[in-house]
Design a protein around this ligand. Structure first.
Ligand code: ARG
Length: 476
């Protein structure tokens, strides 16, 4: 077996785990007319890694971006847009401008009854399908997605579906009917509620006293629709910790409705951002694009220091991969439920558990392989068997064989950090092998065997990092 066949073999057995079963992963899911906050960024990065791990195991993954594209705020935004939108700002910073419109309109509604009534009237028109308001609403979605898609592109994240909350509008009344039929809800102060107290959960409102439906109702409708259309073996939701109660509540109601689909909420804590970490920070909002720019700029300094002779265009390209990788890995390598503090020093460290460290390890291994090819152009290492004599060699080989299990565990636990830990351990096993066992100076035979171990390590680092959505430049 040659090296690439060995990797393929290591791998093949795992594809049967997923076996084409459909799995829906609901992640990122930001809200229209609002900037993404740090929670959406983490959801995007963690959700996408889970998405990649599941695909690698042979699941038929349906990545669904469940946009918050419906709700009472649209009455206020439509009215505000008509009255005081700044068209220029809508071109340069659309989401920011839409948010400004919303905030201003909301503030006016607080002490101006006429304004509030007008906003309400716009909302009712929108809900009834008034073509002009519908058109404005679609414009808001388009403007928001235009900006978010630029971020997704930079993060190399893509979705199979963009089904926002509005997609399920027409199903909401039916959900209530089902709940009533099964006697799962009752009236309380004009609202309709599900009493989950027996199960230790707070009451969930499914229809407000003004007749409007809410988040819980939409999510129940979403599960019903997804179950009918895709028969998924699991639906995975990735959000921040603040939504735990919401998910417990509607998962519970779904069970009472007789839905057997496995529902999983993967939650994470909000990463702490010490003051002065981001020059781009304004109030509590970090502009994601500016954050990515800053990561790339800082990575460029790292690359310029490590490869001063590389041409500038290539330095920039490598810095892009390193900067974006550093941001992603910081999100992925921690236990997502523990409180972490982001620092650039840790994210970009060349000698700790960081993306640049792993990327650098990969590039160094690739260069050993190239040096070998230069020195022994006539020999093909794949013609030699792998022989494990030294302790460090055996440890590295053992670690390599554990890759598929690490992928399976990371997916099963919905924890990309399991994959990150594995890759970090692997690079350390490699490093002690490389430092203690002679390589290019060894005799023919052991030399080729060791080169093959190198090639396998590089291949697995590359594959493993790609499952976290992180690129591996050949040089850093
Ligand atoms: N739009 C929501 C938010 O920004 C997240 C939606 C998560 N997905 C879901 N099906 N509830 O908080």
């Amino acid at each position: 077996m040659n090296s690439s066949e060995t990797v393929a073999w290591l791998w093949a057995t795992r594809l049967f785990i997923g076996n084409g079963k459909p799995v829906i992963i609901d992640y990122s899911s930001p809200n229209v007319a609002k900037p993404m906050h740090i929670g959406h960024i983490r959801s995007t990065v963690i959700g996408n890694a889970i998405d990649r791990l599941y695909r690698a195991l042979g699941y038929n993954v349906i990545a669904d971006n469940h946009l918050g594209d419906w709700g009472t705020q649209f009455g206020l935004i439509i009215l505000g847009y008509r009255e005081f939108a700044d068209q220029e700002a809508l071109k340069t910073a659309p989401v920011e401008e839409l948010e400004r419109i919303y905030v201003e309109s909301y503030n006016r509604s607080k002490d101006d009854d006429t304004w509030r009534d007008r906003a309400k009237a716009e909302l009712v028109k929108l809900q009834k399908g008034d073509p002009e308001n519908r058109k404005l609403w679609s414009t808001f979605i388009e403007l928001t997605l235009g900006e978010f898609n630029r971020i997704y592109k930079r993060l190399d994240v893509s979705f199979d579906l963009y089904r926002g909350e509005s997609f399920y509008n027409d199903d909401l009344a039916k959900v209530i009917e089902q709940l009533e039929e099964k006697k799962l809800c009752g009236e309380s102060d004009g609202a309709l509620i599900c009493n989950l107290e027996d199960d230790g959960l707070a009451v969930a409102i499914v229809r407000k006293s003004d007749g409007g439906y809410n988040y819980t109702t939409t999510d129940i409708a979403t599960v019903i629709s997804r179950t009918e259309e895709f028969q998924p073996s699991e639906i995975i939701y990735v959000t921040d910790e603040r939504q735990q109660l919401h998910f417990k509540q509607f998962f519970h109601i779904c069970k009472q409705l007789g839905i057997e689909t496995k529902l999983t909420h993967v939650w994470f804590g909000l990463m702490r951002l010490p003051e002065a970490t981001f020059s781009t920070r304004e109030g509590n909002v970090i502009k994601l694009e500016a954050l990515l720019d800053e990561a790339e700029a800082r990575a460029l300094d790292v690359v310029k220091a490590s490869s001063p002779d590389m041409d500038e265009a290539q330095q920039k390209e490598v810095a892009r991969a390193v900067g974006i990788g550093a941001i992603k890995y910081t999100d992925l390598s921690q236990n997502p439920q523990s409180l972490v503090t982001f620092t650039w020093e840790k994210a970009l460290a060349m000698d700790g558990n960081s993306a640049p460290y792993l990327q650098y390890a990969y590039a160094r291994i690739a260069s050993v392989r190239d040096k070998y090819a230069e020195k022994f152009p006539e020999t093909n290492p794949d013609d030699f068997p792998i022989i494990l004599t030294e302790e460090q060699e055996r440890r590295l080989a053992l670690k390599l064989t554990r890759f598929p299990a690490a992928v399976a565990t990371a997916a099963r636990l919905h924890r990309p950090s399991v994959m990150a830990d594995y890759l970090y351990d692997l690079s350390q096993a490699y490093s002690s092998f490389y430092q203690n066992v002679p390589f290019l100076r060894a005799d023919e035979g052991p030399r080729e065997s060791r080169i093959r171990l190198c090639t396998l390590t590089a291949a697995i680092l590359k594959k493993g990092l790609s499952l976290l959505g992180i690129e591996t430049p050949e040089r850093i």
